[in-house]
Design a protein. Structure first.
Length: 75
């Protein structure tokens, strides 16, 4: 169960990172983003950013980070 959760969480995070990277490249070329972000996506990204920062500063262990990330992902 934990291994499945970890793989799923990593795939979701990688997907978000790929979308952000594409938007950054579009912005660098002076293009508009491909689509408008929904409020729920923005809120989700903010939550993930906060969790990443908490893990980086040592406020959360890897187990706490992955558990919190799992709670924030809707499949």
């Amino acid at each position: 169960m934990f291994m499945f959760f970890s793989i799923t969480a990593i795939k979701c995070i990688e997907g978000d990172a790929a979308m952000v990277e594409a938007d950054v490249m579009r912005h660098a070329r002076g293009q508009q983003p491909s689509r408008q972000k929904r409020k729920t996506r923005t809120a989700h990204q903010t939550t993930l950013l906060t969790l990443c920062q908490q893990y980086s500063t040592g406020e959360k262990t890897i187990r706490e980070f992955l558990k919190a990330t799992g709670y924030s992902i809707r499949l």
